[in-house]
Design a protein around this ligand. Structure first.
Ligand SMILES: [Fe+2]
Length: 138
């Protein structure tokens, strides 16, 4: 029995899509566990058990971070977004988004010819987004 969260017939999905699916489902489970542990810790009246629950919550955050890093390394689109938005402390996130939209180089816009192969990483500082396609003049 595989994942029950596929949204297309399994035989029509590429190995790459299934691999990414496994990572995404795992990340979802780790983050759900983080949420559960935090809620249980809030609701726990025993101080020692609360500390254990919070410790376990932090372990789940570590697991989520490891899987997110794997996904970033595996998928160039994830890598591009993480490089744009993560660790941008001190700058409003929407300002980061506005800046990224204006950095777009027109030659980067387009779909990969073979979606079953990993996309090659975009050159740094260049982005391709659906949002930027909307405002593009032909
Ligand atoms: Fe975990």
């Amino acid at each position: 029995m595989g994942s029950e969260s596929l949204h297309a017939p399994r035989e029509r999905l590429s190995r790459r899509t299934l691999t990414i699916h496994h990572a995404i489902v795992s990340i979802m489970e780790e983050l759900e566990a983080v949420d559960w542990y935090r809620q249980r810790a809030d609701d726990c009246e025993d101080e020692e058990l609360r500390e254990i629950l919070l410790h376990n919550m932090r372990e789940e955050i570590e697991h989520a971070a490891m899987a997110l890093e794997w996904l970033r390394r595996y998928d160039a689109d994830v890598d591009e977004q993480f490089r744009t938005y993560l660790f941008t402390d001190g700058k409003p996130i929407m300002a980061v988004e506005e800046g990224a939209e204006h950095e777009e180089a027109p030659e980067d816009v387009g779909l990969d010819a073979d979606a079953t192969k990993p996309p090659s990483p975009a050159p740094s500082g260049r982005r391709k987004t659906i949002g930027s396609l909307k405002g593009k003049k032909g």
